[in-house]
Write a protein that binds this ligand. Sequence first.
Ligand code: NAD
Ligand code: UFG
Length: 355
Amino acid sequence: MMKSIKNKKTISESTILVTGGTGYIGSHTVVALIAAGFNPVIVDNLSNSKASVLDRIKKITGKRPPFYKLDMRNRAALNKVFQKHQIASVIHFAGLKAVGESVAEPLRYYENNIQSTITLCNVMAKHGVKKIIFSSSASVYGQASGIPIREDSAPAPTNPYARSKWIIEQILQDVYIADPGWRMVLLRYFNPVGAHESGQMGEDPRGIPNNLMPYISQVAVGRRNKINVFGNDYPTSDGTGVRDYIHVMDLAEGHIAALKKMEKKTLWKSKQNPIIINLGTGRGYTVMEIIQAFSKASGKKIPYRITKRRPGDIAACYADITLAGKLLGWKAKRSLLDMCADAWRWQSRNPQGYP
Ligand code: NAD
Ligand code: UFG
């Protein structure tokens, strides 16, 4: 009895486990956590990131957070991390995220993403850690019935990646029903882009980028000849697809807001749990607008050609951000030009990405 009370008292509210913390969004969130006075501890299996990001985190913040190279499905290894650190909350980024790859390898995606989360929740429960922020995705909405997309829009995922996120959301819901002592925030990200303003950290995709912004920045830096614009016959202002692009540091700060709110009991009294919140800017831009903005920010010509639509793409997708403002008191601050300028600073100073 004495022991458990003593343990409780020594738990530092400031130690946050960041799974997938060497990845794109995770690493930027680690920087935001340190800036906000938290002590992040990182776990990642480096399947889609490099350990050298830790040097960049140190350069920016002056601190090098503890890092454990482990697979989230390795329960014993994860358990040791919880034994070593007095973890208060977890931000769970670790997962595979390429839509096309998930269609080709559904079992790998389901096994990695879902099993990681189950193992994590088991280990958390064992150590009495019951506060989690989970990286979900706007892709759970699929072809939503209306835009801007509200959180109560019926989920209709259209690929295994998105379905894995939707399944995890439901698993977390069930965990909460079984034990309402949990506090959970499920964040549905729209399109994270950009980089830390220092130019030290940014997105570093392996191989040919799947997504628009990293592809454009590789064209601007001369690694690729031109960007293919997937269709210009959508019912949008210029016929190209519309998305809600959000600066990765705004997104990172959204996690800090969620973390702080999780500490406040009042938020959890009356609200439905887990809380599901969109993180976006609430406005959409077309592919052509992104190309123009990037060209302006970089001073480079971005050659493009119009090709046919990419299978599975939708015309337009942007967030209703009312709930994020209301519950988290958070709103994205950075403009499209900031997103492009920061992505360009990163790409032009690190043409081949991380060493
Ligand atoms: P990322 O690939 O850069 O980062 C994910 C990290 O998780 C990587 O460092 C990878 O090595 C690690 N990882 C994967 N499986 C693991 C495992 N089994 N054990 C340990 N580590 C593992 O991706 P990101 O863009 O930073 O995305 C972070 C999270 O946000 C993901 O869950 C992703 O699905 C979600 N998300 C991303 C986007 C986006 O467009 N980037 C949009 C919506 C949601
Ligand atoms: N696009 C091009 N050319 C390219 C790449 C993309 O024209 O080379 C277009 C797409 O057709 C779309 C827009 O640019 O209209 C954005 O495409 P992305 O691939 O950058 O982003 P998506 O909205 O398709 O998907 C992204 C992530 C998903 C995530 C989703 C919602 O890839 O994982 O945002 O958060 F789920």
